[in-house]
Design a protein around this ligand. Structure first.
Ligand code: PSV
Ligand code: MN
Length: 428
């Protein structure tokens, strides 16, 4: 199913009057604070967030999965769904694939289809956390860290294969997330497991094309519950530093123990030029995979506040230098509505962080005035920037209110008609 420009235009016309009123009031307020509203709008419009192919269907838990119906069953349908999101919000112009869940049989045709929808391929994800049919060795006890060289070789070769698929699709990065670790104390020699992982990553690194990057993700627990070989940003940073300048750290918001100061991690990585990208999501307890910004929008704002501070001299290239991706997949919402909400939350945090009065904040920090610092942050965080985002969308030929239009057009119902109720999008 496709959303046409005419449908978008009709929708935008129906809200034009009310939008214009709130937008001009906000533009005046922001302009009065010395901000360049036009520039902000173009920065917001340019900001694209990649959609993971595995988030297009209902996620499920180990206790059950409740299909939403009309889920994309093929890579082509996944691209169509992201194209649909992008048509609505003009902010989801990239898709992140997971191999082997999304093997592109005919890479040229897949690339053409993506191009038709205005999409590019963001980081490619390898999968050495599940055994595939016909595979020689099992990943039950690890992959890149495995004690057996044959298993490590198989996992290395898989990652190289993912790079080759990515090259054919025009991607420029490989994300490696390892489920490797142990469930019980004493099960694994922790030092040797990390050493073997480093050696395996070195072999993958050697195969990276000159203009590629490798992003190393970390996670404190799950599926292993005693130790993970790459449990935290420090270990990822260590590996990325040993590998070389094409390697950096990927921050998945859900991959931290409760109350971790993620914005501080982001600041440190930026200082060392090792911030490779994000997997955005939100959580109450752990890797809950909930809609970005649904539980802790202030934390998201604080992360963007650090990003804009860290990249202040290169703000124009900010959106190009980091891989901005969503990684979420839960059980209860329509996944496409969920993704529209996630992208909106990410861009909201970005816009609010752009509003922070940097001069005043620096003054508060240099004079040790925490009350003033809080005032400055709250001034920005409490501003309702939704009209700015809406204006950016309208100017980019997207829908003023993507979810309203999505529901008005009965997109999910159409997808169910086209694809039925039994299709499954993820490989989990
Ligand atoms: C693991 O929890 C993770 O965050 C990694 O990014 C995986 O590739 C992704 O989820 C999909 O399972
Ligand atoms: Mn992730």
């Amino acid at each position: 199913m496709r959303v046409t420009q005419e449908q978008i235009q009709n929708h935008n016309e129906s809200v034009a009057g009310s939008h214009e009123r709130v937008f001009s009031a906000l533009a005046e307020q922001i302009g009065g604070q010395g901000k360049d509203v036009k520039k902000m709008i173009s920065q917001i419009a340019a900001f694209q967030v990649a959609v993971p192919s595995w988030a297009l269907g209902a996620g499920g838990t180990r206790f059950g999965r409740f299909s939403i119906g009309g889920e994309p069953g093929t890579l082509e349908e996944k691209i169509e769904d992201v194209g649909l999101l992008h048509a609505l919000n003009r902010s989801s112009g990239a898709i992140s694939l997971h191999i082997p869940w999304d093997i592109p049989e005919d890479t040229a045709a897949i690339r053409r289809l993506a191009d038709e929808h205005g999409l590019v391929f963001d980081a490619m994800n390898s999968n050495t956390f599940q055994d595939q049919t016909g595979q020689n060795c099992s990943y039950k006890f690890g992959s890149l860290s495995h004690t057996d060289a044959a298993v490590r070789k198989q996992a290395i070769e898989h990652n190289i294969e993912v790079i080759r698929y990515g090259e054919a699709l025009g991607s420029k990065a490989l994300t490696v997330w390892l489920a490797d670790g142990s469930d019980f104390p004493g099960q694994q020699n922790l030092r040797k497991a990390l050493g073997r992982t480093r050696e395996s990553l070195e072999q993958i690194y050697e195969e990276l094309p000159a203009d590629w990057r490798i992003l190393i993700e970390y996670k404190p627990y799950e599926p292993n519950f005693y130790s993970m070989v790459i449990p935290d940003w420090g270990t990822s940073f260590l590996l990325a530093s040993k590998l070389g300048e094409k390697a950096s750290t990927l921050v998945d918001l859900g991959h931290h123990l409760p109350n971790t100061n993620i914005e501080q991690i982001v600041a440190t990585l930026m200082m060392e030029n090792k911030l490779g990208g994000f997997h955005f999501n939100d959580s109450k307890y752990g890797d809950d995979d909930l809609t970005t910004g649904s539980v802790k929008p202030f934390q998201l704002f604080l992360i963007f506040n650090e990003l804009i501070e860290g990249f202040k001299n290169t703000i124009e290239t900010l959106t190009a230098d980091v891989a901005w991706m969503i990684d979420a997949s839960h059980n209860v919402k329509d996944p496409l509505e969920d993704l529209l909400q996630s992208v909106e939350a990410i861009k909201t945090a970005f816009a609010k962080a752009l509003l922070v009065d940097r001069t005043k904040l620096t003054e508060a920090q240099e004079t040790n005035d925490p009350a003033l610092a809080q005032e400055v942050l709250q001034d920005a965080f409490q501003t309702d920037v939704r009209p700015l985002l809406r204006e950016a969308r309208i100017q980019s030929k997207g829908a003023a209110n993507p979810i309203h239009l999505y529901r008005d057009l009965q997109v999910r119902e159409q997808l169910i008609k086209e694809r039925g109720t039994q299709t499954v999008a993820t490989g989990l």
